[in-house]
Design a protein around this ligand. Structure first.
Ligand SMILES: [Zn+2]
Length: 235
């Protein structure tokens, strides 16, 4: 009998396939989940399965207590981080985690990515934040849950719907969106922004941030009340 959550598994499956397609991960690196707030369930990539071997049925469906509802495989080892973010950030329907090279370079340097240009400002109106480094005690305690806490702490004064991405210090990226596809889109955008910022800083180590006026203009024309960019679709 087909799973009653097949649609959610399909959403997660399709979004996971976007990860290698966009060059955001090699081998089994990275994972994406899709969340349905009405059912209170998420579907996530199984642990350690290569993208080209993935099947829809392999997507593991869990509730926010991490009880497996569907699927025979072990869920991604990062599941607890995904769950922590779904609990904390209302209104998101998908999360992607990658170790894409440029963005992870900034995370390893423990630097937020300055908002140098309009490509960045089209997607978020501030620097891409970088979390604090995790303490030894937290690593010991419950690593994946603590990674979630690290991110949530970093968003105490931020709106996760306006800044749908973060660098986890020394580790990699987490991005999210209204859907799993939007989360992967934001992962690809983050990698591109990270690459551009790296080049900018290499050419001009003292490069200035984009002026506030330009940041507002670019962000608001895509995401503000009177948004007029594109054909009316939202991320
Ligand atoms: Zn990771």
């Amino acid at each position: 009998m087909p799973s009653p959550h097949r649609d959610l598994q399909e959403r997660a499956y399709e979004a996971n396939l976007e990860i290698p397609r966009r060059g955001l991960a090699i081998y089994t690196f990275g994972n994406v989940s899709a969340f349905d707030p009405d059912r209170g369930l998420l579907a996530i990539k199984p642990s350690g399965v290569a993208y080209d071997a993935l099947r829809v049925d392999d997507m593991v469906v869990l509730d926010l207590e991490e009880r497996i509802v569907e699927g025979a495989l072990r869920p991604s080892s990062d599941t607890r981080t995904h769950v922590a973010l779904y609990r904390a950030f209302r209104g998101i329907g998908g999360i992607a985690h990658t170790h894409s090279a440029y963005a992870t370079g900034w995370a390893q340097a423990r630097l937020s990515i300055p908002i140098y240009g309009t490509t960045h400002a089209d997607h978020l109106a501030e620097d891409v934040p970088c979390t604090a480094l995790m303490s030894d005690e937290a690593v010991e305690r419950d690593y994946e849950a603590e990674t979630g806490r690290q991110i949530v702490d970093c968003f105490r004064e931020r709106d996760p719907l306006r800044t749908p991405m973060v660098l986890v210090a020394g580790h990699g990226t987490f991005t999210w969106g209204k859907t799993a596809q939007a989360a992967v889109y934001n992962a690809a955008v983050l990698e591109e922004i990270a690459k551009m910022a790296f080049v900018t800083r290499a050419l001009a180590p003292a490069a200035a941030r984009l002026p506030d006026k330009l940041i507002r203009k670019h962000f608001e024309r895509k995401h503000g009340k009177g948004a007029y960019y594109g054909q009316g679709r939202t991320r």
